[in-house]
Design a protein around this ligand. Structure first.
Ligand code: ZN
Length: 225
């Protein structure tokens, strides 16, 4: 059964609640628009003008009935401050998300993106790191960790090859941002190195790889070129 809220009234409702003038999408994100959609969504998030909520009910009904076709795969940290759907103001059915501490690539993450690309129509992969990442800090710290935790640091450590030791930031603590950026770029490369399917897709122009950093102090996403 369809929601009683028609798409036609949603822009009007958006005006009432003070949302931005960005029109809510009723279908997925076009490949050429992926980066700008994410940038616009982050701006809505920062401005408190999130509009995804205005059409979530429509999305639930549509994706439940017709299935999902997410546009953008996201590999990001399990950190509770980095929920992709919120910080990019995206709706049900838009993002195909893998979250793991330190946003590192492993065979499960890459297999997930192969599934997203091959079976669901996902056309973009974003590797999203963030400032003040505990997993990055623990890897730089180099302490012996208990249990299964070395799985995380062992997967991140190669990203720091050749990287200078972190200098202290304004807060007197090591600035982990350059290391997190290096990790993002490294993990993005690992996805393509492991996956012939995704490598071929990128070479044929059917898959776009994006890297970005999220600032946990400001909420701003900064794309890395
Ligand atoms: Zn993190």
């Amino acid at each position: 059964m369809r929601s009683t809220t028609s798409f036609a009234v949603i822009p009007f409702l958006a005006l009432i609640v003070g949302c931005t003038t960005t029109a809510p999408r009723t279908i997925g994100i076009k490949p050429a628009d992926a980066r700008s959609e994410l940038v616009d969504g982050n701006h809505r998030f920062l401005a408190g003008g999130m509009n995804a909520h205005s059409w979530q009910q429509e999305r639930i009904v549509h994706t439940g009935e017709f299935g999902q076709s997410p546009s953008v795969g996201v590999l990001t940290c399990a950190d509770s401050r980095t929920p992709p759907e919120l910080i990019f103001d995206q709706g049900v059915g838009d993002l195909f998300v893998v979250r793991i501490a330190g946003n590192f690539e492993d065979v499960g993450a890459t297999a997930t993106f192969e599934y997203g690309y091959s079976a669901l129509g996902m056309h973009t992969i974003l590797v999203l790191g963030h400032t003040k990442c505990g997993a990055v800090g623990a890897t730089i710290g180099g302490s012996v960790l208990p249990g299964n935790l070395p799985v995380i640091t062992n997967a991140i450590r190669p990203a720091f090859t050749g990287l200078a030791k972190p200098t202290n930031g304004a807060d007197g603590k090591p600035d982990l941002t350059p290391a997190s950026e290096a990790n993002v770029r490294w993990q993005s490369k690992q996805i393509l190195l492991r996956s012939e399917i995704l490598r071929k897709a990128k070479d044929e122009g059917k898959l776009t790889m994006l890297c970005a950093m999220y600032d946990v102090d400001t909420g701003v996403v900064r794309f890395l070129d």
